[in-house]
Design a protein around this ligand. Structure first.
Ligand code: ATP
Ligand code: MG
Length: 408
């Protein structure tokens, strides 16, 4: 295919997407500010600009477009940069979602306000102006709550508020993780958490991605909310599953996404699904590049690339042709300096191991876990049954210890 596509961010999780685009015969360009971004090593062209700086990215992409090679599409894989992607698309006249949709989706408060006015079910929420305001809200509405930065990602600054927590500290911690210093609060809704990933094609929503999220460490890392992977097809009951499929199209139309990706964080509380957030971009954590194709046989990223290029995407290509159990688990070493890492390479060629990445090395410091990018390693397995896939992922994590010296 004689076309060129720009990937905003060349992070590690973007690499499989860039390689897939190359396999499709595309000219690939990566935009990133980090000269060592792994995506640069595999892409055909380079643009240096911060992925969060839409103006700088637009300027550099426009230069590439007019002076080096015409670009036909722009997208991201495993990077939360929909505003930059939408802005580049709008300025260069490429397919993309409206800038306004990306703006709302990049601001958790604006998104909740939009969902509220469109009748999409969400937890109760409010902006929080100060530590004093937070205390007043808790007095009036009680616990449990979630405090979060309006415009951050990777669970940074996301805190579960329960009695006993220092609310002054919580406000300042959450605020420090917001680039604009803005904080909001939501009612914490208990219940199973689900990740979804859909392609919206001409206003129709197809959802090949549907995974349980595993929050077994909620107490261990409290007040931080840290996910330990998940499993597909998951343990959710059929009725709740149907309700989520019914809900997703309304989130896409509320955000104004007629053609694009919709990645959902959903909680099923007392039998009803609520939207925690929806992002108009491909997921991270190898969900879109590994887990969904392994589980369903659907080439989600390939079809997202086609959509980004304005090419036809056939509905039948988005329907699962299989339902292979997939599990994902992470490594969470204790705090301290890493003294030894068990041998993980013996698992690499196992037919049921599809990704195994240890992201730390001996001598690295492990500090208190407070966001997703801190997770020390990840494994993705398949199995003949869901229990088997999960047990194997857990077995591998337990068999490859990351030992620390707590005192150094
Ligand atoms: N109101 C809520 N009720 C229950 N759980 C919540 C709520 N808000 C957030 N969470 C949990 O905390 C996680 C992180 O929150 P949120 O998605 O708002 O932050 P984020 O920085 O975008 O994190 P991530 O990158 O993991 O999506 C959610 O995926 C969910 O598991
Ligand atoms: Mg989120």
């Amino acid at each position: 295919m004689d076309k060129a596509i720009l990937f905003i961010s060349g992070g590690l999780e973007a690499v499989p997407g860039i390689l897939l685009a190359k396999k499709m015969g595309l000219h690939t360009v990566v935009s990133d500010i980090n000269a060592d971004a792994p995506g640069f090593a595999v892409a055909d062209g380079r643009i240096y600009a911060s992925t969060y700086d839409s103006e700088a990215t637009v300027a550099a992409a426009s230069r590439y477009h007019s002076e080096v090679r015409k670009l036909d599409g722009v997208m991201s894989v495993g990077a939360d940069v929909p505003f930059t992607v939408a802005t580049v698309a709008a300025v260069l006249g490429l397919p993309g979602i409206p800038i306004e949709s990306a703006r709302i989706a990049s601001d958790k408060l604006a998104m909740k306000e939009r969902f509220q006015s469109d009748g999409v079910p969400i937890p109760w929420f409010s902006p929080v102006e100060s530590p004093q305001h937070l205390k007043e809200i808790i007095l009036e509405h009680g616990y449990p709550m979630v405090l979060k930065p309006v415009d951050s990602r990777g669970a940074r600054g996301v805190l579960r508020l329960q009695s006993g927590l220092d609310l002054g500290w919580a406000f300042l911690h959450s605020q420090a993780n917001s680039p604009t210093g803005r904080v909001m609060i939501e009612r914490f809704l208990s219940g199973p958490q689900i990740s979804t990933e859909s392609l919206v094609v001409d206003g129709r929503t197809f959802t090949p991605g549907f995974s349980d999220r595993n929050y077994e460490h909620l107490e261990r890392f409290a007040p931080h909310i840290i996910e330990n992977g998940g499993q597909i097809p998951g343990y959710l009951d059929e009725r709740s599953r149907e309700l989520i499929y019914e809900l997703l199209p309304s989130t896409a139309s509320s955000l104004g996404v007629r053609d694009g990706v919709i990645k959902g964080d959903i909680v099923v509380h007392e039998g009803r699904p609520y939207v925690i957030e929806v992002a108009p971009r491909l997921s991270g954590g190898y969900f879109c590049t590994h887990e969904i194709p392994l589980n369903t046989g659907v080439d989600l990223v390939g079809n997202a690339i086609r959509l980004a290029l304005g090419l036809t995407v056939k509905p039948e290509d988005l329907l699962p042709s299989q339902n292979i159990p997939v599990a994902q688990r992470y490594w969470f070493p204790d705090t301290g300096r890493i003294s030894r890492i068990g041998d993980h390479e013996r698992f690499l060629n196992h037919p049921h191991v599809h990704l195994l990445e240890i992201r730390k090395k001996v001598g690295d410091r492990i500090s208190k876990m407070d966001s997703h990018p801190d997770r020390a390693g990840v494994v993705i397995t398949t199995g003949d049954t869901l229990d088997e896939a999960v047990a194997f992922a857990e077995h591998i994590v337990a068999s490859v210890p990351i030992e620390v010296d707590p005192h150094s």
